[in-house]
Design a protein around this ligand. Structure first.
Ligand SMILES: *[C@@H]1O[C@H](CO)[C@@H](O)[C@H](O)[C@H]1NC(C)=O
Ligand SMILES: *[C@@H]1O[C@H](CO)[C@@H](O)[C@H](O)[C@H]1NC(C)=O
Ligand SMILES: *[C@@H]1O[C@H](CO)[C@@H](O)[C@H](O)[C@H]1NC(C)=O
Ligand SMILES: *[C@@H]1O[C@H](CO)[C@@H](O)[C@H](O)[C@H]1NC(C)=O
Length: 235
């Protein structure tokens, strides 16, 4: 057992690092003055990370879908076929601490609403049934960036405060809870963060983008997962 060949342990640490690196970009967006620049197209203006929600009160949610003015309005409407575009944006309130996965918004209405506005809003009434504790307001974005398919998951920490005793939540909004972080296929950084060096092609149809992909391709994700699972199985 102690006689592990050096090359194998080196390889093992390589696979482990590769495996962990896969998930690292999914865990954080870039927080710049309370705005979260996701590793996708969305820029979350509100809530700011760690700002609390109160059971029984509305939680203001605001998402800039214009890439800080760098992508056209049509790109925020699902089905546009543009090379840089939103396909879907769903929001769930999840917590491994209180064992909840609650639907906040899972229809296209959030993206299609407020036509012409670069920022989409939702005043979500925080249900009084929730147990106080830490939650992730988690944004699931499927989109394309310069023709490349992107799936990015952005959790924003929202501590929920509740002074009244929690009750039974309406089961129609409850989902099964998966372990976090979940696998995703994000960009390596937001193309719209102030210091981002990745140019955006703003026109054209799907696949016409000429800019090099910055996130891991689905094939690479699959290969890494496969290799990692072989490693963990053998270890
Ligand atoms: C929030 O998400 C992060 C990253 O996926 C995870 O590590 C953490 O456990 C989650 N927190 C809760 C309360 O579920
Ligand atoms: C649960 O939510 C659904 C959908 O919002 C609603 O139609 C139904 O009346 C609710 N049920 C209860 C018991 O509140
Ligand atoms: C929460 O539920 C939604 C809808 O079923 C699912 O897509 C998402 O992966 C779930 N998230 C977690 C952390 O369980
Ligand atoms: C952008 O780059 C400048 C100079 O390198 C640095 O001072 C600043 O903190 C960076 N801003 C962000 C938001 O990363």
């Amino acid at each position: 057992m102690l006689n592990v060949p050096t090359h194998r342990s080196l390889l093992s640490s390589y696979y482990l690092v590769a495996f962990l690196a896969l998930f690292a970009p999914a865990v954080v967006g870039q927080d710049i003055n309370g705005q979260t620049f996701t590793h996708g197209l969305a820029i979350i203006d509100a809530p700011a990370p760690s700002s609390p929600g109160h059971a029984g009160s509305p939680l203001p949610i605001a998402v800039d879908v214009s890439g800080d003015g760098k992508i056209q309005a049509a790109a925020s409407v699902p089905g546009s076929g543009l090379s840089t575009r939103f396909d879907a944006l769903e929001i769930y309130l999840v917590s491994s601490q209180t064992n909840i996965n609650m639907t906040v918004s899972d229809t296209p209405d959030f993206l299609t609403g407020e036509s012409g506005s670069t920022v989409k809003h939702l005043n979500w009434p925080v249900p009084t049934c929730l147990t106080a504790g830490n939650y992730n307001l988690t944004f699931y974005e499927t989109s394309h960036f310069n023709g490349q398919a992107v799936f990015t998951i952005t959790p924003i920490l929202v501590p929920i405060l509740n002074s009244s005793p929690p009750g039974q939540c309406n089961s129609s909004v409850l989902n099964s809870l998966q372990s976090q972080p979940q696998p995703s296929n994000p960009l390596t950084q937001s193309p719209f963060a102030p210091n981002s060096s990745t140019p955006v092609s703003t026109s054209g149809t799907s696949g016409s983008g000429r800019i090099t992909a910055t996130g891991p391709s689905p094939a690479l994700v699959f290969l890494s997962l496969f290799v990692s699972s072989v490693y963990f199985h053998r270890a």
